[in-house]
Design a protein around this ligand. Structure first.
Ligand code: ASP
Length: 427
């Protein structure tokens, strides 16, 4: 008997996503006020399944980052390579973010998304306190690594894992013995990632079904110009700028990169969190794109924490938009300030849903724009958050490939092999 051809994981996730969007939209317009539907479906089944899905992804992040980074670092032949790697990755992350935000500001100045918009009198937003640059730097170092793990403080976990891995490499025999243990642990955690990936279609379905009972296209309303402009710049950055980097700096055919990144992008889109998507990004980068584990295990968590090009794009457009709505003029110096602040701000912020708006408060304050302006765009932010997270995740993977290529840690055979990593993805 011929076996039925199994749909690819990507297709199954897309089906789950589309079905969820359709069902959520139907519920919103047909059964929005039905108490039974709201109690048992929207806030019952969909909510429970969606929450469990996101929570299980997050559950993997801390053990995965720590273990894979220790494995990656302790097998580095030359620990000084780490400094070079770190420098390159941070440099690339900053440069791509600065490019993204410059592109966004330029487009917004051209399109003028804020012209003709009435300032809503009820716009309100309470900014939270942003940390200073020196605090951000000191906070890289954990005083208690267990605490850092308990809090999910990614940068502190990265620093501890690097120091731990380097010591393992330097100590000789005990380090080698421990490496076997960490290798095994890494395989087990990766298996767990694969199991979760295979459950993703259901999780994504539930997340979308719940979300789309809450948001509808009519919410975009007068913000259509702003919304579409952010979307356009996000897509252009993801579909033109990244492939260009892949072609020029990683020196590979970019179409393959975009195809292999689809799963991670779908995860990013449906969870709106680069952090929660990190296990999938890491799996894609190391097993499917050909980046060595020692580079990927370092650059991916670092990127998920400090690299947010999509977020910077939203911030660029939003700053110009808010200035226009409030009738305030920004000069070149202020725009440069926006580029600098947004680029630096992204370093100190975690990849969780909605965090881009908090960072925007910092940027607005820096150039003297009213922070309440954020209240104007909050209503359409969720959909943009989802899209920009997909861009953020793609940026992390792109930089990982470029850095790996420059270090000679990039396996082209894996990159060009369509089936690379597929076997491991099967349960
Ligand atoms: N949700 C985004 C992320 O996790 C951050 C943001 O822009 O709010 O990458």
């Amino acid at each position: 008997m011929s076996e039925k051809k199994k749909l690819s994981l990507t297709s199954r996730i897309v089906i789950g996503m589309v079905a969820g969007i359709i069902l959520g939209t139907i519920i919103r317009y047909v059964a929005g006020d039905n108490a039974w539907v709201s109690l048992y479906l929207t806030n019952g089944l969909f909510d429970v399944v969606g929450q469990i899905f996101i929570t299980s992804l997050k559950m993997l992040v801390v053990p995965l980052v720590f273990v894979s980074l220790v494995v990656g670092t302790c097998s580095l032949s030359d620990p000084s390579k780490l400094g070079r790697l770190g420098g390159k990755a941070v440099g690339m992350y900053m440069v791509t973010t600065a490019i993204a935000i410059t592109f966004a500001i330029g487009s917004a100045i051209l399109v003028q998304p804020g012209s003709g918009i009435e300032r809503a009198s009820d716009a309100s937003f309470e900014p939270s306190e942003a940390p200073s640059v020196s605090e951000v730097i000191v906070n890289l170092f954990p005083d208690n690594p267990i605490n850092a793990m308990a809090e999910g403080n990614m940068l502190q976990i990265i620093v501890f894992a690097l120091l731990f891995g380097i010591s393992m490499a330097l100590v000789g025999k005990p380090g080698e013995r421990l490496k076997g243990f960490f290798d095994d642990l890494n395989s087990v955690i990766m298996k767990l990632v694969v199991i979760l990936m295979n459950l993703a279609p259901y999780g994504v379905f539930a997340l979308m079904a719940k979300l789309f009972t809450e948001i509808g296209v009519e919410m975009i309303g007068s913000l259509a110009k702003y919304f579409l402009l952010v979307l356009f710049v996000l897509l252009a950055h993801g579909l033109i700028v990244y492939p260009l980097f892949m072609r020029v700096l990683a020196r590979v055919k970019p179409g393959i990169f975009m195809r292999k990144m689809r799963d991670a992008q779908l995860f990013g889109f449906s969870t709106a969190s680069s952090n929660a998507t990190m296990p999938i990004t890491l799996e894609t980068v190391t097993r499917r794109l050909g980046v060595s584990n020692s580079v990927g295990s370092f650059t991916v968590p670092l990127g998920a924490t400090i690299n947010m090009d999509g977020t910077a794009i939203m911030q660029g457009v939003a700053t110009v938009f808010i200035a226009q709505v409030y009738g305030l003029d920004l000069g070149v110096a202020e725009y440069l300030m926006v580029i600098m602040t947004a680029t630096l701000a992204s370093v100190g912020t975690a990849g969780v849903p909605g965090v881009g708006l908090i960072m925007l408060a910092m940027v607005l304050q820096q150039v003297g724009l009213p922070v309440e302006g954020i209240g104007l765009i909050i209503g359409v932010d969720r959909l943009l958050d989802m899209t920009r997270t997909a861009v953020n995740v793609t940026g992390d993977a792109m930089v990982s490939c470029v850095v790996a290529r420059s270090e000679g840690d990039f396996d082209e055979d894996v990159y060009y092999d369509n089936d690379a990593g597929k076997k491991l993805e099967e349960l």
